[in-house]
Write a protein that binds this ligand. Structure first.
Ligand SMILES: NC(=O)c1ccc[n+]([C@@H]2O[C@H](COP(=O)([O-])OP(=O)(O)OC[C@H]3O[C@@H](n4cnc5c(N)ncnc54)[C@H](OP(=O)(O)O)[C@@H]3O)[C@@H](O)[C@H]2O)c1
Length: 295
């Protein structure tokens, strides 16, 4: 069995990914992460309702990515349930995310960026060291944010030699900015979008993680523009339906994560578009456009 932990899988894209994985990958076992056990149980129930046989390939993991103790306890639980040798996990999908519409920066970073690192710190020792997969669900908001930064800041956020300390210093500098978009722009820190900063830093973290673990296949991707609880308020605010806004169903958001988990991506430390083709870290590439070649 190839066991995959998905964080924030009680709804939205995470849940759709669990369903698609159980449906299309016969040896996949889903560890469904949920910060709220009741919501997690409901999510598991909805999967079993779809196909009762999936119950043999599912486990609920209590996991709040913003809480050190919760992440540590979740990793311990996995060891107790599945043992530590051989490595119990084939893959980790860092999917939990918050921040739309516009939110304060600190809580968004705690989930989207620090949360991703927290999970990796605790769960990487449980991941198959030879070819284990890490999929960081980031967003096109990352490259879109980087595009608004000064050349120097861009150089940091897309540098494949970037370190966690540098990324953290960048986030701390953003947290210290007082004022609106003009204050961020004046410091070369781009638009100041909380969500964009968190996802750009999560993409940069993907670069540093891939470098630190050359035996793993570590990549990031955007799921695309998907109708979920995260994005529905954007449509509501504009008085449009999600379809009119161009949002797709959650299943469409699973294409790139599934490819990065079970397909053959070229290399590691890359960022992919929702069409499962490579995209640059500092500008938007539309699905259907030619893939980024790294030049
Ligand atoms: N939808 C899009 O168009 C879109 C586009 C680009 C990127 N993304 C990314 O895709 C990922 C999934 O988003 P979604 O659209 O599916 O949103 P969603 O439906 O709101 O789902 C987000 C999930 O994250 C969980 N979560 C939030 N804070 C958490 C925490 N502290 N610990 C653990 N889980 C937590 C939520 O749990 P609760 O139910 O407990 O809140 C929920 O399960 C996010 O990383 C998002 O940024 C989405």
């Amino acid at each position: 069995m190839r066991r995959v932990l998905i964080t924030g899988a009680n709804k939205g894209i995470g849940w759709a990914l669990a369903a698609r994985m159980l449906e299309t990958v016969p040896d996949a076992f889903v560890l469904l992460g949920s910060r709220d056990l009741q919501r997690g149980e409901v999510a598991i129930g909805r999967l079993i309702e779809r196909d009762a046989s999936w119950s043999d390939r599912l486990a609920l993991v209590s996991l709040d990515v913003s809480d050190d103790d919760s992440v540590r306890a979740a990793a311990q639980w996995v060891v107790e349930r599945f043992g530590s040798a051989p490595a119990p996990l084939y893959g980790i999908v860092n999917n939990a995310g918050v921040g739309l519409p516009a939110s304060d920066l600190e809580p968004v970073l705690q989930v989207n960026t620090y949360g991703m690192r927290r999970v990796c710190e605790q769960f990487l020792p449980l991941l198959c060291p030879d070819g284990g997969r890490v999929v960081n669900v980031t967003s096109a908001a990352g490259p879109n944010y980087v595009a608004t930064c000064s050349a120097e800041r861009q150089g940091l956020l897309i540098n494949d030699q970037v370190t966690w300390d540098e990324i953290e210093a960048f986030m701390q500098e953003c947290l210290a900015v007082s004022g609106g978009p003009d204050a961020f722009a004046g410091l070369g820190l781009g638009s100041g979008s909380s969500y964009g900063i968190s996802k750009a830093c999560a993409n940069a973290y993907t670069l540093s993680l891939a470098r630190s673990y050359p035996g793993l296949v570590v990549n990031a991707c955007t799921p695309g523009f998907i109708e979920t609880d995260l994005t529905r308020p954007i449509a509501d605010a504009r008085g449009l339906s999600p379809a009119e806004m161009g949002m797709k169903a959650p299943a469409a958001g699973t294409v790139s994560p599934l490819f990065l988990l079970f397909g053959s991506p070229e290399g590691t430390g890359h960022y992919y578009g929702s069409d499962a083709l490579r995209s640059p870290l500092d500008r938007y590439r539309s699905p259907g456009d030619p893939p980024y070649t790294g030049d």
